[in-house]
Design a binder for this molecule. Structure first.
Ligand code: ADP
Ligand code: MG
Length: 447
C-alpha cells in the first residue's frame, strides 16, 4: 500500500477519536511523507501543529499507523511552509565528485566573534571556556555545553568559537548547525533516502557546533542519530560544542545516555547580566552601529531592558530606525517616543476576539463555552488562559475582560490571571502552550 493511502485510512480513524475542531486544526492538510527505521515522517504546516502531533496525539497516531506499519516506533513531524528553507538536496554531480552536500560553515554568523563579546560576571566563565575550546579544539573541554536563558549570548559564543577556529586554521572542517536544522535535515534525509550522506557528513567533521540542543526533547529518532554522531566524533577527539536553554538533565525526555554524555566535558552557564554589563554591551552595540547616545539614555535603556540582551539590542535598533526615518535627534524625548510608538503599535493590533478565537482554536473548545458559565476543568483552564492573554496581549482592564468573556465579575478575572501567572513560572508545558497561542494570535491567515 502507498504511504498516501495508509495516511488516508489513518486520518479516517483519527477523525473518530479526536475532537472535530482539533482534528480540523491540526490534521487537515497533513501528509505521511516517509517511513524508515521505525520512524514515520509526517508533514505538517506549522511548529504548533508539529508539537500538537508529536506530543499530544503521538499515541493515537502511532496506534492507527501500527496496523499498516507494524514496526513503527515513533513519529517525527517536519514543517513545510514556504518559508522553511531546508538544505539543498544532493545533486548527481556532487554525489559523483564526493563534495560534501552543503558546507555548513556559511551558517556561522561572521559578526559573532570574541572581540565584540562583552565579558562580565554573568558570562565570564562561559566566555573563558569558549576561548579555551577555540584555542585547543578537541583537547581540553570536550564536549563544551553552554546553557542559559533566551537572548543571553549563547549563539554569539558558539559562533565565536567557530569563527576563531576558522581564522586560525582555515582548512578545519567546521559544522555549525541549529539542532532544529539538524533534526529537519535528518528527517529529510530519511524521506529522500539519503541517510548515508547525512551520516557521512556529520560524522566526519572536525568541529561540531550545535545550537539549541534542547530541541532534541522528545525526538527519539533524532536522538538516536545524534547519539551515534556524538560517539563517532568524541572517539576521534573531534571538538563538540552545544548550547541549550537549560541543563542537560532538565531537557524533557532526553535519553540518559545523551544527558550524561553532554556533561562529560565542561558545563558552563550564562546568567542575566547586571546593570554594568548591560551598559557595556549597549556601548559596544552603539559603537558597531556608529551611533553615540548620552549617558542618560544608556542608563535609561539599561535600566528598562533587564532580562535579555536581545531585547536591549532590539530597543536600540528601534530607536536608531525611528530617529533616522523621521530625521530626529537621538535625545531622551525621541528615544521615549520611539519605544512608545513600538509598544502602541503592538497593542493596537490585537483584538480581544482574536485572542478568544485563538484560545478556542488551540484547545478545540467552542466560543460559547468559553464565554459561558460551565465550570468543568476542560473549560476553566482555557478560559483562564484567555483571561491572562486578554490582560497581557490585548491589554484590557479586568472589567473589560469580564465583559469580553460574556459578563464575568472582575474578581473572577483577577483570580484567573493570577492562577496563570503563578503556573507559568512552574509549568513549562503551560509556557509553551501560551507561546503557541500567541503565535496563533499574531498569525495573519486564520479567521
Ligand atoms: P541566545 O543564543 O542566548 O538566545 P544570542 O547569542 O542570540 O542569544 O544573543 C542575542 C543578542 O545579544 C546578539 O545580538 C548578541 O550579539 C548579543 N549579546 C549577547 N551577549 C552579549 C555580550 N556579552 N556581548 C555582546 N553582545 C552580546
Ligand atoms: Mg541562540
Amino acid at each position: 500500500m502507498e504511504l498516501a493511502e495508509i495516511w488516508q485510512i489513518a486520518l479516517g480513524e483519527l477523525e473518530v477519536v479526536i475532537s472535530p475542531p482539533m482534528f480540523k486544526t491540526w490534521f487537515l492538510g497533513t501528509n505521511l511523507e516517509g517511513y524508515g527505521n521505525g520512524i514515520a515522517v509526517i508533514r505538517v504546516a506549522s511548529p504548533w501543529a508539529k508539537e500538537q502531533l508529536e506530543q499530544r496525539n503521538r499515541g493515537e497516531i502511532i496506534g492507527v499507523l501500527r496496523k499498516h506499519l507494524p514496526d513503527i516506533t515513533t513519529i517525527e513531524c517536519m514543517i513545510k511552509t514556504p518559508e522553511t528553507s531546508l538544505p539543498p538536496r544532493v545533486t548527481q554531480e556532487q554525489r559523483a565528485t564526493g563534495i560534501p552536500f552543503s558546507s555548513q560553515n556559511n551558517r556561522l554568523k561572521p559578526e559573532y566573534v570574541f572581540d565584540n563579546f562583552v565579558v562580565g560576571t554573568s558570562n565570564r566563565f562561559a566566555f573563558a571556556a569558549a576561548k579555551t575550546v577555540a584555542e585547543n579544539p578537541g583537547k581540553i573541554h570536550n564536549p563544551l555545553f553552554i546553557y542559559g536563558g533566551v537572548g543571553l549570548g549563547k549563539t554569539h559564543l558558539i559562533c565565536a568559537i567557530g569563527n576563531e577556529i576558522m581564522r586560525q586554521s582555515p582548512s578545519v572542517n567546521i559544522s555549525y548547525v541549529s539542532c532544529e536544522d539538524f533534526t529537519n535535515e535528518f528527517v529529510q534525509s530519511l524521506q529522500n533516502r539519503t541517510v548515508d550522506n547525512f551520516k557521512q557528513k556529520y560524522r566526519n567533521v572536525d568541529v561540531f557546533l550545535v545550537d539549541d540542543i534542547q530541541f532534541l526533547a522528545r525526538k527519539e529518532g533524532t536522538q538516536e542519530e545524534f547519539f551515534h554522531t556524538f560517539n563517532a566524533l568524541h572517539q576521534q577527539n573531534r571538538q563538540i560544542v552545544m548550547t541549550a536553554d537549560r541543563l542537560p538533565k532538565a531537557i524533557p525526555d532526553l535519553e540518559d545516555r545523551l544527558s550524561s554524555r553532554f556533561g562529560w566535558g565542561m558545563v558552563a552557564d550564562i546568567h542575566q547580566p547586571n546593570l554594568e554589563t548591560r551598559e557595556a554591551i549597549l556601548l559596544e552595540k552603539c559603537g558597531e552601529r556608529g551611533v553615540t547616545l548620552t549617558q542618560e539614555i544608556i542608563d535609561f535603556l539599561a535600566q528598562n531592558f533587564t532580562s535579555n540582551i536581545r531585547d536591549l539590542e532590539g530597543a536600540l535598533n528601534r530607536i536608531i530606525g525611528y530617529c533616522e526615518l523621521n530625521h530626529l535627534a537621538m535625545n531622551m524625548e525621541n528615544v521615549k517616543k520611539a519605544l512608545e510608538a513600538f509598544v502602541d503599535q503592538n497593542q493596537l493590533q490585537i483584538a480581544p476576539d482574536k485572542v478568544i478565537d485563538s484560545v478556542c482554536r488551540f484547545f478545540g473548545t467552542k466560543r460559547d463555552d468559553i464565554l459561558g458559565k460551565k465550570r468543568s476543568k476542560e473549560l476553566v483552564y482555557p478560559r483562564q488562559i484567555a483571561m491572562y492573554l486578554l490582560r497581557h496581549e490585548a491589554n484590557l482592564t479586568y472589567p473589560q475582560i469580564g465583559r469580553a468573556l460574556g459578563g464575568k465579575d472582575h474578581t473572577t478575572i483577577i483570580h484567573g490571571c493570577n492562577v496563570i501567572t503563578r503556573e507559568i513560572s512552574r509549568s513549562e508545558q503551560l509556557r509553551s502552550e501560551i507561546n503557541h497561542i500567541k503565535e496563533l494570535i499574531t498569525s495573519p491567515g486564520f479567521t
